[in-house]
Ligand binder design. Structure first.
Ligand code: URA
Length: 231
């Protein structure tokens, strides 16, 4: 299927109808087997429009908003989380709840600005019911959107927060406590698995070796790498 044919599946009337709650579902692809080819999108805006009318998996049936991304779409660092939670589903923005506030603090601690240095998104764009881990078929259905985001943002560094992000993007099933803090290469891109901020919220100790301490080590390494790339 050509890109044009693929795009025509997302009929414009369906896009505007989606805001009034009267979506003509026949016009929206319901089959995740329909490919979304690399190069389909020329900016993030149509990705967001399509995600908001997407039914490639069942998560589309229960979302309030698709959560596509926030930050600088030309940022040198892309942060990929797992999936939207309740706050994100309500606002349409990733990492705006408690985990997101902690993420902001972590970035600020090494003078990284979320408006300038970072673009934040998730492995899946719609909230899984009860915040469960997204299922493999949901990750697969959503992955073309993520791959298009990575292609368009073209980050120098990708941070993968938590095991679902690592496995969802790279297929690497190594446990996050083992793989965090190590640079891995995916499709020629530099990626750093880090702990998920929600995990830090459940483990508040700052002692040496504790999750917060490990995050502090990792984010400094990322900061140094960015300076090296920009030098
Ligand atoms: N956790 C995530 O992984 N992503 C969000 O957007 C919010 C919380």
């Amino acid at each position: 299927m050509s890109n044009e044919e693929q795009l025509s599946l997302f009929d414009q009337s369906a896009l505007s109808a989606s805001t009034s709650g009267n979506v003509n579902t026949e016009l929206i692809p319901t089959d995740a087997k329909i490919p979304i080819l690399p190069g389909t999108y020329d900016s993030i805006v149509p990705i967001a429009q399509h995600c908001n009318v997407c039914h490639r998996c069942d998560l589309g049936a229960t979302r309030t908003h698709a959560v596509v991304g926030r930050g600088n779409p030309n940022a040198p660092i892309m942060i990929i989380g797992e999936a939207p939670g309740q706050n994100e589903d309500e606002t349409g923005l990733p990492f705006v709840g408690k985990a997101g506030q902690l993420l902001e603090k972590i970035l600020a601690s090494v003078k990284l600005d979320t408006q300038q240095d970072v673009y934040i998104c998730n492995i899946v764009k719609c909230r899984p019911p009860s915040n469960r881990v997204p299922a493999p078929n949901e990750i697969a259905a959503c992955k073309p959107y993520l791959l298009e985001q990575i292609r368009l943002v073209d980050p120098k560094i990708i941070l993968l927060t938590g095991a679902t992000a690592v496995k969802g993007l790279t297929g690497n099933k190594t446990g996050i406590t083992k793989i965090r803090g190590t640079w891995i290469e995916w499709e020629g891109r530099l990626c750093m698995p880090i702990l998920h901020p929600a995990y830090l919220l459940r483990n508040p100790s700052r002692e040496q070796g504790a999750p917060k301490w490990l995050m502090w080590q990792d984010i400094q390494v990322v900061r140094e790498k960015l300076a090296e790339i920009h030098a």
